[in-house]
Design a binder for this molecule. Structure first.
Ligand code: SAM
Ligand code: SF4
Ligand code: F3S
Length: 472
């Protein structure tokens, strides 16, 4: 289902109103001669990190400065993730600790936002059992944050904004970006895929793509202000543009971004295999700014499990895609997401996942044990395998992948590679951190003045997780 564009875009007048609320909050603090400090604690994926940067942008406009110590803050925001039970447990743990801090500082305002806030089960629990939480709002209400915060300060009542919506696009929200060379750009929001295990479509609404011109303008500004490693974000960037009806797809967007002059790399995540096309891989191969790196989650190597997951591709189709991508981009760095222990999965089926990993030779994997998400289809499926069994399959997968990562990394030793030095490392002997075009971590000897530059380095050593080297 496509949404009407006019229903999707938040109007400039509505956005202007939010800027007015920012001014009101700022004036209130000025009048009180207060210097408010906020702590924004973000969990989950890069989309949530990008949302956290918008929250900080709006807070800066309200006059806040920032701390990463919740106990020192006047306002604490937990920007949460709902993708696995463990992520939610951590947030409830943090909330417990915060309510303790609030007893010391009764003026502290506590807000919970992000994907968990959009789950009715969670917002009800906060309403009943966490009375010290002042503000709860889901991703759909992010753009209205200044207004919601004003309501909290003005009324001193608890505010909940968690209506279930298809979702909107709000352009022009201020952003506080991390200093350095890396930046995130959401090109679309939401997800239409309803993989049977996944909560994201329920909390992030339907797919909606930003206008290409807005994305291009943002990337242009980032390149001009010195960002060099820019990642385009969406739950499935391969369906970018489907809702725009412009005959313009993700490959077209990449090709247009690539025309922006400057020294920078473009990455993107995530790609859904069912929508990945030869056109996309051909475009990647052709575009000099597009990193030859692909994060293409496959989730399972078994066709029955893939069908139950509602992934809409087969093992063979996945292999064909990867082989095509490798054929047009020799040296392509490949990563993926995998779930072990989907309801009803047998040991033999889990081993199909392990054999796919062996067959493809991924540079790295993000591996998860299935976590039931209430409200999703899979949460109601029979799940007879024990946690111990699943752990055994998971350990086998890790053993195979770690061996592969170590071997692929070892093959770099002795070679000279181009890297972007992006910060300091925690290793005294190799004080700099850098990334190859394929996003492999290289710990480096060298001077801090190299941070922010593309340089050639000789790889001298490696392990499962990183490469080590020195500038040539
Ligand atoms: N949209 C991306 C895609 O489809 O490739 C994935 C986004 S999701 C936030 C990141 C990863 O979390 C998924 O690829 C999947 O491996 C994992 N995941 C999602 N739901 C899960 C669940 N219920 N239990 C365990 N892992 C899960
Ligand atoms: Fe979740 Fe599937 Fe959407 Fe990814 S594509 S966010 S796994 S429903
Ligand atoms: Fe988590 Fe929401 Fe991202 S559920 S993984 S923060 S989209």
């Amino acid at each position: 289902m496509n949404l009407e564009r006019k229903e999707v875009l938040v109007s400039p007048a509505d956005l202007d109103r939010q800027r007015e609320f920012e001014e009101k909050i700022k004036a209130m603090f000025t009048e009180r001669q207060a210097h408010p400090v906020a702590c924004v604690d973000t969990f989950g994926c890069q989309q949530n990190v990008a949302d956290g940067q918008k929250l900080m942008g709006m807070l800066a406009a309200c006059g806040f400065t920032f701390t990463d110590k919740p106990a020192e803050a006047d306002l604490v925001i937990l920007n949460t993730c709902a993708v696995r039970e463990h992520a939610e447990d951590r947030v409830f743990g943090n909330l417990g600790a915060l309510t303790h801090a609030k007893k010391e500082n009764p003026e502290m305002v506590i807000a919970l936002c992000g994907c968990m806030a959009q789950e009715e089960r969670v917002s009800q629990r906060i309403k009943k059992s966490y009375p010290l939480v002042n503000l709860v709002f889901g991703p759909h209400a992010l753009w209205k944050f200044p207004e919601l915060l004003w309501q909290v300060y003005e009324s001193r009542k608890r505010v909940f904004s968690v209506d279930d919506e298809h979702g909107t696009i709000a352009e022009g929200i201020p952003v506080v970006r991390e200093k350095g060379v890396k930046a995130w750009v959401s090109i679309m929001y939401g997800c239409n895929n309803f993989c049977s295990y996944c909560i994201v479509p329920y909390v992030r609404g339907r797919e909606r793509s930003r206008d290409p011109q807005c994305v291009l303008q943002e990337v242009r500004e980032l390149v001009e202000s010195g960002y060099k490693d820019i990642t385009l974000l969406g739950q499935n960037v391969n369906s970018y543009g489907n809702d725009l009806n412009l005959g313009y797809d993700f490959a077209d967007l990449l090709a247009d971004i690539d025309k922006i002059p400057g020294e920078y790399l473009i990455r993107f995540m995530s790609s859904h295999p069912k929508d990945a096309t030869k056109k996309l891989f051909d475009t990647m191969a052709r575009c000099g700014h597009v990193a030859k790196q692909l994060h293409l989650p496959f989730q399972s190597g078994n066709d029955r499990v893939l069908k139950e997951m509602n992934r809409r591709y087969t093992r063979q189709q996945y292999l064909d895609l990867v082989n095509y991508a490798k054929s047009v981009m020799p040296g392509l760095v490949l990563t993926s997401d995998v779930i072990i222990g989907f309801p009803g999965e047998t040991e033999a089926e889990a081993m199909d996942t392990v054999s796919l990993v062996q067959e493809v030779g991924f540079d790295a994997l993000f591996t998860f044990i299935y976590s039931p998400r209430p409200g999703t289809k899979a949460a109601d499926m029979p799940d007879p395998a024990s946690r111990e069994e699943k752990q055994k399959w998971f350990d086998k997968l890790l053993e195979v992948q770690n061996g592969q990562s170590a071997a692929l990394h070892a093959a770099y030793v002795g070679k000279t590679v181009r890297v972007l030095v992006d910060g300091k490392s925690d290793d005294e002997k190799f004080p700099l951190a850098s990334r190859t075009e394929g996003n492999r971590l290289v710990r480096l000897k060298g001077d801090e003045r190299l941070i922010g530059q593309f340089i050639d380095v000789k790889v001298t050593d490696s392990n499962t997780w990183a490469l080590y080297g020195e500038p040539v």
